[in-house]
Design a protein around this ligand. Structure first.
Ligand SMILES: Nc1ncnc2c1ncn2[C@@H]1O[C@H](COP(=O)(O)OP(=O)(O)OP(=O)(O)O)[C@@H](O)[C@H]1O
Ligand SMILES: [Mg+2]
Length: 336
């Protein structure tokens, strides 16, 4: 048998639960051969589970402590996002019978940690993190670049999401660059995000959908700047301070993938999560974290140099980093 075919057969046998289906048979047929075969299957299955990712608790199980610790220690300057995400993911993952999939929409300026947070969420649920075959990323400019092909993209996206959820109900879908997505495309999957027990025999209720965009970023910056100008602590900013500006931009941005979608009209998004622009001190924290990630001794002088090298806005006050923490990694290589 060809290695690929053998692999698929093993997957079907062990991952899809066919091995379990064989077990009751072995109990009714009191034949030593069957028992021996079952024994071999169970033993091999256990070995197989350990080495090959399956849609099973061995590979998918939520680690609340890990998410909490990661959000507290690795995500800088995002007290609102951190709090909402922890609550939302906890509530969803501990609910054995959710009524709908979890839908999060993350908004904010570039380099503020939106993609980074999706990694932290994936790490807390999937043993393989972002490398998991149950985590799927769709990037607008990569997967749906041509607006004239929207009809094809719609049916492809629908089929793709359906197939992936049939394969594993605990799937995670990340839609990056929603602000560059053709308005209407996301409507092709809006039924999946709604309150349905099953659609064509498929239940989407245990999956997670995360949308990422810069939509609403300007309003968030304005609020953060107002607080800063009044000398108020950034941590005093509450979700309510940002909700109006956020929902207005999400509703009214006629170029974004949210525009006039059922996603918004039908309130299918469970949480809109604002990401604040990052200040100098957060950039320093990012530089130090990056040194640790590279197993280098954290050096505050170098972190300061890296942070000073970035551009800050508005021009007069230079409060927020134009690129957030985005270019820190490459800058460090230059300074260390
Ligand atoms: N708030 C943060 N705390 C810690 N690290 C951060 C934060 N924001 C950004 N970073 C670092 O900067 C890198 C780039 O950030 P990320 O890709 O998450 O930005 P983004 O918000 O998704 O930006 P964009 O809108 O351009 O996609 C991350 O991999 C992470 O290392
Ligand atoms: Mg991103």
């Amino acid at each position: 048998m060809q290695p690929r075919k053998r692999h698929v057969l093993l997957w079907l046998l062990f991952c899809s639960g066919m091995a379990e289906a064989l077990e009751p048979i072995s109990t009714t047929i009191a034949v030593g051969m069957a028992a021996a075969l079952t024994g071999i299957l169970v033993k091999n299955r256990n070995i197989f589970y350990r080495f090959h990712e399956c849609c099973r608790p061995e590979w998918i199980s939520f680690n609340e402590t890990r998410l909490k610790t990661d959000l507290e220690s690795k995500l800088f300057g995002q007290h609102i996002a951190s709090r909402i995400i922890l609550k939302a993911v906890n509530g969803f993952m501990y609910n054995d019978n959710p009524k709908k999939p979890l839908v999060l929409s993350l908004h904010g300026w570039t380099g503020t940690g939106k993609t980074f947070v999706t990694k932290l969420i994936a790490d807390s649920i999937y043993a393989e993190g972002m490398q998991s075959s149950f985590v799927h990323v769709f990037t607008s400019t990569l997967h749906f670049p041509h607006s004239e092909h929207i009809a094809t993209y719609k049916s492809q996206l629908q089929q793709s999401v359906r197939g992936k959820v049939i394969n594993c109900e605990r799937s995670m879908f990340i839609f990056d660059e929603m602000d560059k997505m053709h308005p209407g495309l996301i409507d092709s999957i809006n039924h999946y995000l709604d309150y349905h027990v099953k659609l064509d025999g498929v239940s989407y209720r245990k999956s997670i959908f995360i949308f990422l965009s810069n939509t609403g970023g300007d309003g968030i910056i304005q609020t953060a700047l107002d607080f800063w100008r009044k000398g108020r602590d950034r941590k005093e900013i509450e979700l309510q301070d940002l909700e109006t500006t956020l929902s207005q931009s999400v509703f009214n941005d006629n170029k974004s993938g949210f525009f006039r979608t059922s996603l918004i009209d039908k309130n299918l998004v469970d949480f809109f999560v604002p990401f604040l622009p990052l200040e100098y001190r957060h950039v320093v924290q990012c530089a130090l974290a990056e040194m640790r990630a590279k197993r280098l001794k954290p050096n505050h002088d170098v972190a300061d140099k890296v942070a000073r090298d970035l551009v800050y806005f508005p021009k007069s006050e230079r409060v927020f980093s134009v690129k957030g923490c985005k270019t820190i990694e490459s800058k460090l290589d230059f300074y260390m």
